[in-house]
Design a protein around this ligand. Structure first.
Ligand code: SF4
Length: 370
């Protein structure tokens, strides 16, 4: 596709420096934690935890933190906690078996019609709850054309692959030039119909959503951007503007959240998050993930029963379009399965007993023509 056939035309080019300045002004190294208003004890514990998982927080996201609140939900997502040093049996380096299902480097093929492609193992923000933190630390490399060649060849050789999911690391942390290259290589593979991009930049670095980025992503395949908002305080004028730019470019916007103890594990927070995502940002709440078995994250996981109670309350309060599906990404590559409350209470032949959203059970008899 030539630039003339693109749906969106960038205004006269302004250099993409605002987002780079935002990254530079934030926390980029463990030593930058010294600038934050932490107590000496907190600082020591935080630096120990940071040795296990990288630290990076753009200034825009740092500015959302209320430093007077030690339990601030924004802080909890990005500032290392000494609780991360607690080792809990059963936690895993690779909770959903990305590596086991990786036939070539930088690609995971778990389901027939789609693959995960990892153009980079670097991110604009490092989230403490990340289930890929081991890969980000152990592999840790950025994008090079050469590194992606085996994965692109694999996709070209497998006509059953219809969706390519760019994930990470954060693909939108790459410069526009790299995104243009990656998108062009993927769209040259005729059986790929959909390009999905999983990103935190629309939340933590909204200045990265520029006309140049939009133009870099536009091409033949349908583009879906999956954002990652976890708390209503992440929804600001800046993130609203970023999502508007993506929407106006014609991309489909979905959101996945992770259920995190102390961050968003109340019905009030989740309800506000889902409503504001849909009503203000035009982003469909897609998944609410139960916490994966990532190492050092026991302090942020809820029980499944708690998650089911929250998912049930959301179902009762919100319209279908505002409701995410509560899922668990199974270990050993079993895939994402819905684990929300079950509304089927009993069945006898064609007679079903189902619980309504008002909590009352009702009978439903199937009537099916011959
Ligand atoms: S941006 Fe995504 S891949 Fe990067 S640390 Fe956060 S959750 Fe993990």
């Amino acid at each position: 596709m030539t630039s003339d056939t693109k749906l969106y035309h960038a205004p006269a080019a302004a250099p993409d420096t605002a987002w780079q300045a935002d990254v530079r002004a934030g926390v980029r190294h463990v030593r930058d934690l010294d600038r934050l208003p932490l107590s000496p004890a907190e600082r020591a514990a935080t630096q120990a935890a940071a040795a296990n998982h990288k630290v990076r927080v753009p200034k825009a996201y740092l500015d959302l933190i209320d430093w007077n609140d030690p339990a601030d939900p924004i802080r909890a997502q990005v500032i290392p906690s000494p609780d991360e040093l607690v080792k809990t049996e059963g936690e895993l380096d690779d909770p959903i078996a990305d590596h086991e299902f990786s036939p070539v480097p930088r690609l995971t093929h778990r389901h027939a019609d789609r693959v995960l492609l990892f153009p980079t193992y670097q991110c604009a923000v490092y989230c403490r709850f990340c289930f890929r933190k081991e890969s980000l630390t152990a592999i840790g490399r950025g994008y090079t054309r050469e590194a992606l060649e085996p994965a692109l060849a694999y996709i070209a050789e497998h006509p059953e692959i219809r969706e390519v999911i760019l994930t990470g690391g954060d693909p939108l942390s790459l410069p526009d030039k790299a995104l243009v290259e990656i998108r062009a290589r993927i769209e040259a593979i005729p059986h790929v119909r959909l390009l999905r991009i999983h990103t935190r930049v629309s939340v933590a670095l909204p200045s990265r959503i520029t006309p140049g980025l939009v133009e870099a992503l536009q091409g033949r395949p349908m583009v879906t951007i999956v954002t990652h908002f976890n708390h209503p305080r992440e929804i600001t004028d800046a993130t609203e503007a970023a999502c508007r730019t993506l929407r106006q470019a014609g991309f489909v916007l979905l959101n996945q959240s992770v259920l995190l103890k102390g961050v968003n594990d109340t019905i009030e927070v989740l309800e506000e998050l889902c409503r504001e995502l849909m009503y203000r940002l035009g982003v469909k709440p897609y998944y609410l993930h139960h916490g994966d078995l990532a190492r050092g994250m026991a302090h942020r996981r809820t029980t499944i029963a708690q998650g089911q109670a929250l998912a049930g309350a959301l179902r009762a309060r919100l319209s279908g379009i505002c409701n995410p599906v509560y899922v668990l990404d199974l270990p050993e590559g079993g895939g994402k399965v819905p684990i929300g409350p079950c509304y089927v209470e009993a069945r006898e032949g064609e007679n079903w007993r189902l619980r309504g959203l008002d909590g009352q059970a009702r009978k439903y008899t199937e009537i099916v023509g011959e």
